[in-house]
Ligand binder design. Structure first.
Ligand SMILES: [Mg+2]
Length: 281
């Protein structure tokens, strides 16, 4: 079934629609068939929409420009990324104003104001925790310091905005290592030392990014959100479908990205998509 046909029939059931980007609307730098038409229809319907991405390497403007360059309509304020939920989590857990050591680069990290960011490894000891990002940085120097920090202070906070273990580059066919993969390496090393730590992930499929989506829906559109009336369309069972299901959203899988029909048919529990589509159009 094509998603566009479903949406034309059923859009009235939903308060909002939330899109994954890569594998759902874009493949590499190109839009997937029907993506522009679908976004056009959603906008004509004046239905709130958001783009949810774990990509924290780019700013909201940069991520938006990828969509625009592919011929899709998008605004930076429609993009919710893995760092977007940090402020509400900081308020919820009383991290506001505390100092965190920031390892690596994250597109939006420079704009964070709810917590203070420390870049000097020599001051790590005085930090409430670590925010682990991506980009190009010296893994060896940073990881050794972070491992030794958590060995001494396993109770301090290990915040990892992007939970992804890896990310594919459609252009080169090569996989990059995501912040989630780095965090789990650090966690494993500590476990071998007998130290248990639990990273706090913020992106899909974890709660913070969905809580932020509900918050934005209410704040910007005056909609009192009913999670099951929010449709999340994505191509990943582990990230998009699982996250949407955990948040109580209606999950819809599209088979134009990383999930094969066999994987979709065998998915169960929180990985099981509410709806499955071959493509958007
Ligand atoms: Mg995707």
């Amino acid at each position: 079934m094509k998603f566009l046909e479903f949406w034309r029939r059923e859009a009235d059931r939903f308060q909002a629609i939330v899109f994954d980007i890569d594998g759902t609307l874009l493949r590499g730098p190109h839009q997937l068939p029907g993506a522009a038409e679908l976004l056009g229809e959603v906008r004509l319907q004046k239905k709130p929409l958001f783009f949810l991405t774990n990509d924290g390497d780019h700013t909201l403007e940069q991520k938006c420009s990828f969509l625009v360059r592919a011929g899709l309509t998008a605004r930076p304020d429609e993009i919710i990324n893995c760092l977007s939920g940090l402020e509400s989590q900081a308020k919820k857990h009383d991290w506001v104003g505390r100092t965190f050591f920031a390892a690596g680069e994250l597109g939006e990290l420079e704009r964070v104001s709810c917590v203070k960011l420390e870049r000097d490894l020599g001051r790590l000891e005085h930090c409430a925790g670590v925010i682990l990002s991506e980009g190009v940085y010296d893994w060896r120097v940073n990881w050794e310091a972070i491992v030794n920090f958590f060995r001494r202070h396993p109770e301090r906070l290990f915040i990892v905005p992007n939970p992804d273990g890896y990310w594919p580059s459609p252009a080169s066919g090569i996989f990059g290592i995501g912040a989630g993969g780095q965090a789990r390496c650090i966690q494993l090393i500590l476990k071998e030392m007998g130290v248990e730590i639990e990273p706090i992930y913020l992106g899909k499929p974890h709660a913070a990014i969905y809580e932020h989506t509900l918050y934005e829906l209410e704040r910007r559109f005056g909609v009192e959100p009913e999670p099951e009336c929010i449709l999340m369309l994505g191509d990943s069972l582990a990230s998009d479908v699982r996250g949407a299901n955990r948040a109580g959203f209606t999950s819809a899988l599209v088979l134009t990205g990383i999930t094969t029909p066999e994987m979709a048919a065998n998915a169960d529990g929180e990985f099981r998509p509410g709806l499955i589509f071959d493509s958007i159009a």
